[in-house]
Design a protein around this ligand. Structure first.
Ligand SMILES: NC(=O)c1ccc[n+]([C@@H]2O[C@H](COP(=O)([O-])OP(=O)(O)OC[C@H]3O[C@@H](n4cnc5c(N)ncnc54)[C@H](O)[C@@H]3O)[C@@H](O)[C@H]2O)c1
Length: 431
């Protein structure tokens, strides 16, 4: 195996597991981040992501195959750079690629001839060969495809999924030139078993957007059917479980309280924005967005109905949100619909609290500053039983749902987590 020193820029949910995979596979990895807290934690062998163990970090530190730094001048030491920085939407719901361009500007002065730069952040087609390319060329006086290599390879990380192992997820790679592609395929071959080369960076960028749009549209469809079937007295969960016995031509997607996370609610809108430049419209994406963002309102209506049945209003009721993370078994609550639910109920005069075993305290966020510092309430009969209603927003596997049924007065279940649990008549409302 070829010895290679690489830099991974952005040590979050994507960059950190990727760094560890390369470090375990024989490469020497320089992890770079602008957050000194993360860098210090990693160098001390500590983890800040629940599903990544401290031992896995300490092991690569001990064997000297991984080191973290905030010093971008050390780009000089590496032959390949992989960029995994955030790609959010701004307040007008337009792509914010400033993290990518800032990274390009920061690394350009130190870029050596012959280095490979790969972008992994999810983004619209053209980001790599237009935006990133131009900032690096300007800052380095080197030419892409001639003096340095440029490629795009989308990340397919699925946090919290135990079968999502970085090395076994096939990786799509597109290069600016055939040589760029060859260099990128060789780099990833160190750590990843199956590579899927495509003809350009844009095809690779577009592939990721297809994958995420596919999910967003299908989730919207089952969310719509949930509301329609519920009005007909039909349980969507039972319908999906029956439909998924079809051997071909059906793939199960599940409804929920709204979309969350760093990808599905955001990425399709990168395409919507870019499509406008070509006079194109993305109606499926817009419609899916509309349906998915309406889900918290539907859930709040169900909460109102459930309280009404007890002769209560939302105003003045005590409501416990169960699950702040945007999906089960992770500690990531960015873009979580739980925040939207909490805000909506708070706005209507409810007294709102949350319990999440993986989010003990709300970290500062740009979008929901009023919840910063709020703590997860205790999980015991006295506490859970003191709420008028528990709104089950995320179905972490470690929560004991029988205890919930035994302790809670009323449960609004957005995840079908109470299916198969012994409950009292009228106690559970699906939403
Ligand atoms: N989280 C997922 O499940 C997932 C899956 C597939 C793709 N993606 C995509 O991968 C990208 C990264 O997502 P993430 O979830 O890892 O984000 P994250 O917020 O967990 O991590 C990003 C890291 O980049 C650092 N950073 C920000 N600006 C920087 C800069 N200029 N230089 C160096 N470091 C910088 C941050 O401090 C942070 O540690 C996004 O484009 C996202 O859409 C994420």
């Amino acid at each position: 195996m070829q010895e290679q020193k690489i830099a991974v820029v952005g040590l979050g949910y994507v960059g950190l597991p990727l760094s560890l995979q390369f470090a375990r596979s024989g490469a020497t990895v320089l992890g770079m981040d602008i957050d000194p807290g993360k860098v210090d934690a990693l160098n001390a062998g500590q983890s800040y992501i629940r599903h990544i163990s401290a031992e896995s970090i300490a092991a690569v530190i001990a064997q000297k195959s991984f080191e973290a730094t905030v010093d971008f001048s050390r780009i000089k030491e590496v032959t390949a750079i992989i960029i995994c920085v955030p790609t959010p939407l701004n307040k007008n719901r337009e792509p914010d690629i400033s993290y990518i361009t800032e990274t390009g500007k920061a690394l350009a002065p130190f870029l050596q001839k012959g280095t490979l730069v790969v972008l992994e952040s999810t983004t619209y087609p053209g980001t790599t060969d237009e935006d990133l390319r131009s900032v690096i060329e300007q800052g380095s006086n080197l030419k892409a495809g001639v003096d340095f290599h440029l490629a795009f390879s989308p990340e397919r990380e699925d946090p919290g999924n135990p079968s999502s192992i970085v090395s076994t997820i096939p990786k799509v790679v597109g290069g600016l030139t055939p040589l760029c592609l060859e260099k990128a395929v060789r780099l990833y071959s160190i750590a990843i078993k199956t590579l899927v080369p495509v003809s350009s960076c844009r095809v690779a960028e577009a592939t990721k957007l297809l994958e995420n749009t596919f999910r967003s549209v299908n989730i919207a469809m089952v969310n719509e059917l949930k509301v329609v079937y519920s009005a007909m007295g039909i349980d969507i969960w039972e319908v999906i479980n029956a439909a998924k016995t079809k051997p071909v031509g059906f793939m199960a997607f599940y409804p929920g309280p709204g979309l969350g996370g760093h990808c599905i609610p955001i990425d399709p809108f990168y395409l919507t924005w870019k499509a406008r430049e070509y006079g194109q419209h993305t109606r499926f994406i817009e419609l899916a967005g509309e349906i998915n963002t309406a889900m918290p309102d539907y859930v709040v209506h169900r909460v109102a109905d459930a309280l009404n049945e007890q002769g209560k209003a939302i105003k003045g009721s005590k409501i416990l949100i169960l699950g702040l993370a945007y999906k089960p078994n992770v500690d990531d609550e960015r873009e979580s619909p739980s925040y939207v639910l909490m805000e909506s109920l708070d706005h209507r005069g409810a007294e709102v609290a949350y319990h999440d075993p993986y989010v003990p305290v709300v970290r500062p966020t740009r979008e929901h500053p009023q919840w910063t510092g709020t703590r997860s309430v205790a999980w015991n009969q006295q506490t859970v039983g003191s709420y008028d209603l528990v709104l089950l927003a995320t179905n972490h596997a470690s929560v004991n749902y029988q205890e919930l049924a035994d302790w809670a007065r009323c449960i609004v279940d957005t995840r079908n987590a109470m299916n198969g649990i012994k409950t009292k008549p009228g106690q559970v409302w699906k939403a």
